[in-house]
Design a protein around this ligand. Structure first.
Ligand code: HAM
Length: 426
């Protein structure tokens, strides 16, 4: 029997994980500069968390969740997204009681959605997300957007566009909802069966239907921006003026609605604009979700955040042909001449590793030439050669792979010499 990966999942091999680790470190660093701290919540939650949080009528909940009953007959779901779990954790751990609000957190990990096979859509994918809970200041919306934009800037990806919209507050959305129902009802027979249901349950969802997206009524559908009440309009203006103050370019797209129900006020996406990016150009999506914590039975708590697709970030790096400064090099490869030196070599490798150098040696009983070739393939900066002669003298032969310079070094001097040669980075 031959086992293969489940569709829509990936194996990330050592050559790939070097890139992931680099990116994750960069993302962490930028989050720290914005004073966000890491949170880790479970990868599975009670199914109700997502039903209530993401919304019963969303595609995610209706079609895409990996749900199962556990041994205790509880319905469990592998998280399709992280915001609902963070809101649950905010309440359960009484983070609303902390003096410093908003609580600013980031997290990173796998998400699961049963998606149709398409480029850029995986069934297990990875998001890097931030959430700020506990403030209704438009400055925090702008800050979260600035952080998102800063990630791509830091990595040198410039073929991106920030798209923003406002979904307004509950009152504005009610007005818009009525208008949508009035607009689509005459066309109800021409819409897909999902949209026929959505029109009565959640008409906003009709606007992001993939089946009916080309229906003429979509283009003329009432836009939420025309229904914003005074307060919501002012909120949006304030977010925009903060973005202007930071010189962050954006376009307003009144048709941007996002695919999750918890959003209100600010909604935004960052699109990849490189040629050939195709339909899955949304690199990152986020927005404000003021009612979510309350929906879960917590105190009224505003929130805002985003989720960045890691796989799509990798695609964007590829499209922009960006070489990351990965440090894959080995400091030292130890070449052994003959079996009799193997203990001495083991001791040297061990001591150098303890001193913090990245070191490897041959485990294939290869000849000297083949060991040197291996050192080259592994991009070793230095090769240490140990033969019987060196062993007896308690020295090694240290060879720089860059300039082929060779020196004899006493064993007890080796760490100091290497430290000075490797520029004091150890
Ligand atoms: P989302 O728009 O569903 O938002 O996902 C955010 C990002 O995750 C997308 O823009 C995309 O880059 C990536 N993504 C989504 N689905 C897939 C997939 N099947 N394969 C690969 N990448 C994918 C959320 O999940 C919200 N929780 C974001 C958020 C956080 N809003 C506020 N806080």
């Amino acid at each position: 029997m031959k086992f293969e990966r489940t569709r829509g999942t990936d194996d990330f091999l050592p050559k790939d994980t070097a890139i992931w680790q680099y990116l994750e470190a960069q993302l962490r660093e930028i989050c720290e500069t914005y004073h966000f701290k890491e949170i880790r919540t479970p990868i599975f939650e009670h199914t109700e968390v997502f039903q209530r949080g993401v919304g019963e009528t969303t595609d995610i909940v209706q079609k895409e969740m990996y749900s199962f009953f556990d041994q205790g007959e509880r319905s469990i779901t592998l998280r399709p997204e992280g915001t609902a779990g963070v809101a649950r954790a905010y309440i359960q751990n009484k983070l609303y009681g902390e003096v410093n609000q908003p609580i600013k957190v980031y997290y990173n990990g796998p998400m699961f959605r049963y998606e149709r096979q398409q480029e850029g859509r995986r069934r297990q994918f990875h998001q890097f997300c931030v959430e700020a809970l506990g403030s209704e200041d438009p400055a925090i919306d702008a800050e979260v957007i600035a952080l998102a934009m800063g990630i791509y800037e830091r990595l040198g990806i410039d073929s991106i566009q920030l798209v923003i919209n406002s979904l307004g507050d509950i009152e504005s959305r009610k007005q818009h909802r009525e208008a949508l129902i009035n607009h689509f009802t005459p066309h109800i027979d021409e819409l897909c069966s999902d949209c026929q249901n959505r029109l009565s349950t959640n008409p906003l969802r009709v606007l992001d239907c993939k089946t009916d997206m080309d229906h003429p009524a979509m283009k003329t559908a009432p836009k939420i921006l025309d229904f914003l009440n005074e307060e919501s309009a002012q909120y949006f203006e304030q977010v925009k003026s903060y973005l202007d103050a930071m010189d962050i370019p954006y376009v307003v797209d009144a048709t941007l609605v996002r695919g999750l129900d918890y959003y209100n006020h600010t909604a935004f996406e960052i699109m990849g604009t490189a040629e050939g990016f195709g339909a899955h150009s949304t690199l990152l999506g986020g927005g404000r979700y003021n009612g979510l914590v309350e929906e879960f039975g917590g105190p009224s708590t505003p929130g805002v955040g985003f989720g960045l697709g890691m796989e799509r970030l990798l695609l964007a790096l590829e499209h922009d042909e960006i070489e990351l400064p990965l440090d894959n090099e080995l400091d030292v490869f130890v070449v052994k001449i003959g079996d009799s030196v193997s203990e001495q070599a083991m001791r040297t490798v061990y001591q150098l590793r303890k001193a913090g150098f990245k070191v490897d040696q041959d485990y294939q009983k290869r000849g000297v030439k083949a060991q040197f070739r291996a050192a080259g393939r592994l991009q070793a900066k230095f090769v240490i050669v140990i033969g019987e002669e060196e062993m007896n003298k308690a020295t090694v032969n240290l060879r720089s792979m860059a300039d082929r310079e060779e020196i004899e070094v006493a064993n007890e001097e080796l760490v100091t010499v290497l430290k000075s040669k490797l520029g004091g980075t150890k």
